[in-house]
Design a protein around this ligand. Sequence first.
Ligand SMILES: [Fe+2]
Length: 344
Amino acid sequence: MKRYKTIFSSFHAIYRLITASGNIKNFSAGICRIFKSAFGADRIVMVCKNVDSYGFMKVRLEDKRQHVKKGGQSILTSREKDILSQEKEITLGNRLIYTFNFVDTLGAIYIKRRSKKEAFNELERRWFLSLCEEVSIGLKIFILYREEKKIIIGYIKSLTKLLDQYVPTSYLHIKSIFRIIRTLGKALKLSESEIKSLEYAALLHDTGKIQLPSGILKKEKPLTDEEFKLIMKHPRKGVEMIKNLDILRPALPIILHHHERYDGKGYPSKLKKEQIPLGARILSVIDAFDAMYFGRPYKKRRRLKEIERELKKQTGKQFDPKVVETFLKIMQRKDMRKYLRSFL
Ligand SMILES: [Fe+2]
């Protein structure tokens, strides 16, 4: 009875891992732990192929120690290379091996009991196979999710390229700005996924300008009230354009509110202080910094000292004091200054 309980809970544990794991490393490490305790194995090795930007990832669990290796073919032993090319299940007494397949080989798992006397029985072999089929589904989900992400990133890139051609004045110096966003986001305790959304928002915050008459965007004289009313529509128009892409959903409030002001005098919703999403308060400072530091076709670039004065002047008016304070602290760092200079 106890055995059946263990079997049932191992399926459930894998299902939970599939639905909860955010990355392939945690997923594989979790799988190894489940297999180790379910089968009383002494050594578990799971290899995943092409799951991220690197070629292979290998998780090895042995004597309670976990080892993770990422890299090319060189991280694999010749036996592991051989297993990956077999594309079939192998039972060898005290060893069970399974190759995960989906169009191509996705990876393999290998479990072993130290003593040759402890061979796996038929029930364990079948149980192992069923669990591996479940793991295989998990790996396929990771692959499909990655493919979807690639398509979306490609879409974002072409959209920003188009945006850059049509609205050059709103272009952020992405390469340099991304490192600042990341550092600032971490300092303000944003999670990894919140930082990612902030990066997407930074890329796409002015997408809505594509729908405005180009005459207004290129105008060098001051805008009339009517023209400014049109400009004020760009955050909403931008959100309308990308709102159906799931991956961008968390970036939408940032895009919608990137022109709000801390004192409530911004647009489109006249939000105040903490009513404005934190991402939008951050992007507002980053956007202003970018315009001042790198300049715009109609504005000369400014020195860091002047920028610091301007940001301080606008603290509590246009910008969130906490964001400005953290941002200025980061700007004091030698490595950040050296980094920024490298882009001029
Ligand atoms: Fe904007």
